[in-house]
Design a protein around this ligand. Structure first.
Ligand SMILES: [Cu+2]
Length: 424
């Protein structure tokens, strides 16, 4: 195929929708390609075109390594996709590399400022950040009118993030070089790196954020702020407005669940924000032989991936029981009568196993391993817990609705139970 053109409207630059709506015109489509069976992209002169996935401006007639980054060059995307469409009659996946602006989009002369961000987050805790910092944990990024800003974004998370800039259109660098398309949202796939450029032609503060609103609210964004901007009459109190924005990612949320089971009430509660968490867990039997246990933790998630959670809390439990055996650590087991303050560390291991080591004011140690919400089927979940107090628990839950589940569990102290779990 010798010529292809992807219609592109600069005015309506609004994310993926435009790509689907963009018109695709093809001229001089050779019959050979229409029959299918052709591999790779063949230019009019019969040569393949290869392009570096990281540096779209680097192209070559033959496969090889990119001189800039050493990555293997790949067949030119737009043409490969078109071939697949022709040969399989299947679905064409549209991508940003197919978009060509109708005219040059190069920025006017000006000093350049280059910024790099890693899109980061923790799927398990549902916390999303740039460079592991939320909006409220980072400063505004100062820019000057007349500057050209280049932002290099690497998505180091397993979710896509449609990054959106207010008040400006930016160029998304792709294979078309000077005719790279203009956008104001760029959907960045996991492990993808993209470069965007915009000319600083405004004044005031502009929000740059992930357009998945849960991610934005948890802190995935930054504020670009023009230096020496005149006051904006629409924002009479800019300090208050900025404080309100920063409040979003500091907000606490409540989660709670209780299993109303045949052998007692079994539940937990969590009150947490991006970094801090209060956790409480209870197992309240219907009689003293089943026993009563309440354990609480208050702590902070540390580190880039938030796998480490140091905490302090209380552990209160009582159970009518005769034999006091020893714990696996050789200490007299206090699991049936304990009213202590304890401090501990939780560490999230691969497969979301949580290892919990704690010590109380009497010097009693406990190590515990647990995992909740093991998905067996989309609705069936298993869980287990085992610790050095010789306690263990296995459970299963069938999710009926968002708030309701049928559950069953076996607990080394309370025995078998089955019931209804209510989740908030
Ligand atoms: Cu996101």
């Amino acid at each position: 195929m010798s010529q292809m053109r992807y219609g592109f409207s600069q005015k309506k630059a609004n994310g993926n929708k435009d790509m689907a709506a963009g018109s695709i015109k093809m001229k001089d489509m050779p019959m050979k390609d229409m029959d299918g069976g052709s591999q790779g992209s063949v230019k009019a002169d019969g040569k393949m075109t290869y392009v570096c996935p990281m540096h779209p401006e680097v192209t070559s007639d033959k496969p090889g390594k990119c001189p800039k980054c050493g990555m293997d060059m790949v067949k030119k995307k737009a043409e490969v996709n078109m071939d697949m469409d022709m040969s399989s009659g299947g679905i064409t996946t549209l991508n940003y590399n197919m978009l060509e602006a109708p005219k040059k989009t190069t920025l006017p002369e000006g000093p350049w400022k280059e910024l790099k961000f890693e899109l980061t987050g923790n799927m398990n805790r549902y916390v999303w950040t740039l460079d592991n910092k939320t909006v409220s944990e980072s400063d505004k990024i100062l820019i000057k009118r007349g500057e050209n800003i280049r932002i290099i974004l690497h998505n180091n998370s397993m979710m896509r993030h449609p990054m959106h800039l207010h008040g400006h259109d930016f160029r998304v660098l792709n294979q078309f070089g000077e005719k790279s398309p203009m956008k104001n949202v760029l959907d960045i796939m996991p492990m993808e790196t993209d470069t965007l450029e915009f000319h600083a032609s405004e004044s005031g503060d502009w929000f740059f954020h992930c357009h998945i609103l849960y991610h934005m609210m948890s802190g995935m964004g930054r504020v670009f702020s023009y230096e020496n901007s005149p006051a904006n009459p629409e924002i009479p109190d800019p300090d208050k407005a900025y404080k309100m924005l920063k409040k979003d990612d500091r907000m606490f949320h409540l989660m709670a669940q209780n299993d109303f089971a045949t052998n007692g009430n079994d539940g937990s509660l969590m009150y947490a924000n991006t970094r801090w968490a209060f956790q409480s867990e209870w197992r309240l039997g219907y009689n003293a032989h089943h026993g009563y246990e309440v354990e609480t933790h208050f702590g902070r998630y540390l580190g880039k991936m938030q796998w480490l959670f140091p905490y302090v809390g209380i552990d209160w439990r009582y159970r009518k029981h005769s034999a006091h055996d020893k714990s696996l650590l050789g200490q007299a087991n206090t699991k049936d009568d304990r009213k202590v303050i304890h401090a501990g560390l939780q560490y999230t291991l691969p497969m979301l196993l949580v290892l919990d080591a704690s010590v109380d004011q009497t010097g009693y140690f406990r190590i515990q391993l647990m995992r909740e919400d093991i998905p067996l089927t989309p609705r069936l979940r298993a869980s287990f817990m085992v610790n050095t107090d010789r306690e263990y628990m296995v459970g299963g839950k069938y999710i009926l609705t968002k708030n309701l589940g049928l559950s069953t569990h076996y607990d080394s102290d309370m025995g078998w139970g089955a019931g209804l779990t209510i989740t908030y």
